[in-house]
Write a protein that binds this ligand. Structure first.
Ligand code: ADP
Ligand code: MG
Length: 270
């Protein structure tokens, strides 16, 4: 489990940089104002986590992020009795803390979590906004400001790992995708500090690589990896080496596919 609390009150001015693609900031603000949970759908590395961090700062709410995995249970979210100095003490999990404090709880890759997790979310996502804690007998009412946000990647077409309609129809949903070139150039330039010309070439390569999705590649290159490539070049690494390490090796283990990717790169960088 991986929970980060950021209890400091911050405003839009020092929120982490996020360049919107459409009206997602307004939709999220409206959701927050109406106590509605939000589901972010989209491929890995396209800005979902950054968006949530940005929105939490803008709204001045603490943020608890939980990276979900196939072993994550309801107790990991809610809390458990732990042995401390010979005594058993109840210890809140990140969801319980968010419910008490009126924070945003972000469940990253929620479909990975065990089934008992969705059961816990249901009473929190309707207008009761309660969290029953069976182990202590408590029934917590969510403090004002509590908001549930979840993300998942619909690209991994695993029939066992999609959200059930009874769960997904409790959330507003926003679709994320890789940014269009002008926006991606802006993002990568801001994030890496590399000059715009070289960033433009990297973004062009990313577009070509994404064109291979479905044929040779399961998923196109993420904006995150383009930022990595740009950061390596900005720190002095040769362009070919940076592309190899950030935009080719991470995408495939297949020698022929990688050769194809190098050809694309050579066509752009010559
Ligand atoms: N719209 C955006 N604004 C600012 N940075 C972005 C944006 N989209 C992607 N990024 C960059 O890409 C990186 C990966 O994004 P992240 O939010 O971690 O992806 P996800 O959560 O969708 O897997 C971020 O750390 C940031 O550098
Ligand atoms: Mg993420």
């Amino acid at each position: 489990m991986n929970a980060h609390a950021n209890p400091k009150q911050r405003g839009a001015a020092d929120a982490p940089f996020y360049l919107p693609g459409a009206d997602e900031i307004e939709v999220f603000q409206a959701a927050a104002a109406n106590d509605l949970p939000v589901l972010l759908k989209g491929p890995t590395g396209c800005g979902k986590t950054r968006f949530v961090a940005h929105m939490a700062a803008r709204l001045g709410r603490p943020l608890y992020t939980v990276a979900c995995h196939d072993d994550l249970s309801a107790a990991d979210l809610i809390g458990r009795y732990l042995l401390k100095g010979g005594e058993t003490v109840w210890t809140d999990g990140p969801l319980t803390r968010a419910v008490r404090e009126g924070a945003i709880c972000y469940l990253d890759e929620v479909v990975e979590a065990r089934k008992d997790v969705t059961v816990v979310l249901h009473p929190l996502t309707d207008d009761r906004r309660i969290l029953p804690i069976d182990r202590t007998g408590e029934e917590l009412e969510a403090a004002p400001g509590f908001m549930l946000v979840a993300s998942y990647n619909p690209g991994y077409q695993n029939i066992l790992k999609t959200l059930k309609p009874s769960t997904r129809q409790r959330f507003l949903a926003l679709e994320f995708d890789f940014p269009e070139p002008a926006r991606e150039i802006e993002i990568v330039t801001r994030e890496s500090g590399l000059d715009r010309d070289r960033v433009t070439a990297l973004v062009r390569l990313a577009g070509k690589i994404r064109g291979l999705k479905g044929q040779d590649l399961e998923e196109g290159v993420s904006t995150r990896l383009v930022v990595y490539a740009a950061a390596l070049i900005q720190q002095g690494m040769g362009v070919d080496r940076a592309i190899e390490a950030a935009m080719i090796e991470p995408l495939s283990d297949d020698a022929e596919t990688k050769r194809g990717l190098r050809d694309l790169s050579a066509a752009i960088f010559g």
